[in-house]
Structure formats: C-alpha cells, structure tokens
Design a protein around this ligand. Structure first.
Ligand code: ITT
Length: 188
C-alpha cells in the first residue's frame, strides 16, 4: 500500500482521513510535526507552505490539510481563523454571534496539500454547503460539527458516523480528489 504521512495535530481530522484513505488503498500515518502556520486568507496557501515545511523534515510523501468554516452572515468568518476561533469562542460563541440571524448559510472548505519526491506541491479542494443550526446537536466528530448541518440532511455532522460524514464532507471530497490524482499517476 502507498504510504503517505499526514502532518496534523488534530486527532479528529487524522481519524477521518485514515478511515477514508484505506478505501482508496492509501496508508496514512500521522506525523505530528506541523511547523509554523502562516497567516493568510487562502487555505490553499496555508496548506502549501505547511506541506513544504513538513516535506523538508520527512523527505517522504506527505500531506497537510487546512480547513475552515465560512459563515455567510458573518462575511465568511471564521474561515482561515477557524482553529483559533474554535479554541477561543467555541461552538457556543458562534451560536451567540448568530443569535437572531435568519441567514444561517455556511460551508466548510478543505485545502489538502500533497508533496512527494520529485514533484511540485499539489493542492486539492473540497467544499460542503449547509447551515448553522440553532442549537448544538450530537457528540461525534470534532470542532464545529455539532452546529453544522449539511444541505438536504436533518442531522448535524456530530450526529453522523465518520463514514457518513466522510461521504460528503469537504475533507472527504478533497481526499477523493487526491486519491484520483494518485491513481492516474500510478502511485496507487
Ligand atoms: P492542524 O492544523 O494541526 O491540522 P487544526 O485543528 O489547527 O489542526 P485547521 O488549521 O485546519 O486544523 O483548523 C480548522 C479548524 O476548523 C478546526 O480546528 C475545527 O475547529 C474547524 N473544522 C475544520 N474541519 C472541520 C470539520 O470537519 N468539522 C468540524 N470542524 C472543523
């Protein structure tokens, strides 16, 4: 099986990716070595810089993901600052910011950057649209999962099993794109 390191400190992300990757004949190993993350409005740029740093250390196929929750009524906030906002305000903080707001539209974006020997960094994007619910529901998943309900669903991500979430999540889509690309090039 083709082995790729996943440089992340987020266990939730790692478990989702590992589970899904197996279905694509990809063996994923966590490398908790993410360097300094740059501040940038573009998730793709953040992930690209981070994967370059990780590759310099590992010298082996590696991926880094940068993801975020974008809320329309808040002009895309917290977006690239999702990790920081989650730590400082949490799920309840976002619900508070959204109090009385009728436009609940939101989306998750994932930028998955991959680097292997003798190739340039490649970035794969994934997006899932949905809404911010009125009250947190569910205990599965991580981060903002309890307040995000994907379009056409009656459950939040935190009320779904990881397999279900992976089927249409931003991360699942980006990883599927990477797997297709690896397949075309004969890696897997
Ligand atoms: P690494 O950078 O070490 O991978 P991180 O948690 O800092 O871990 P990000 O910079 O990509 O990861 O931050 C994204 C934040 O957005 C994350 O901490 C969550 O709060 C939120 N987030 C991203 N994807 C999510 C998902 O699928 N479900 C719920 N929240 C998510």
């Amino acid at each position: 099986m083709f082995k790729v390191y996943f440089a992340t400190s987020n266990k939730g992300k790692f478990l989702e990716v590992k589970r899904l990757a197996e279905a694509f004949s990809l063996q994923v190993e966590q490398a908790p070595i993410k360097g300094v993350e740059i501040q940038h409005e573009s998730l793709a740029e953040i992930a690209s810089q981070a994967v370059r740093q990780a590759y310099r250390k590992l010298k082996a196929p590696v991926m880094v993901e940068d993801a975020g929750l974008f809320i329309e009524a808040l002009n895309g906030f917290p977006g690239p600052y999702s990790s920081y906002v989650y730590r400082k305000l949490g799920v309840q903080g976002i619900l508070k910011l959204m109090e009385g707001e009728r436009n609940r539209r939101a989306w998750f974006l994932s930028a998955l950057a991959f680097k292997a020997p003798k190739m340039k960094v490649k970035v794969f994007l994934g997006r899932v649209d949905g809404e911010i619910v009125l009250q947190a529901r569910g205990r599965k998943g991580f981060g903002f999962d309890p307040i995000f309900q994907p379009e056409g669903e009656k459950r939040t991500f935190a009320e779904m099993e990881p397999e279900e979430k992976n089927r249409f999540s931003h991360r699942g889509k980006a990883l599927a794109e990477l797997a297709e690309w690896l397949k075309k090039r004969g890696y897997i």
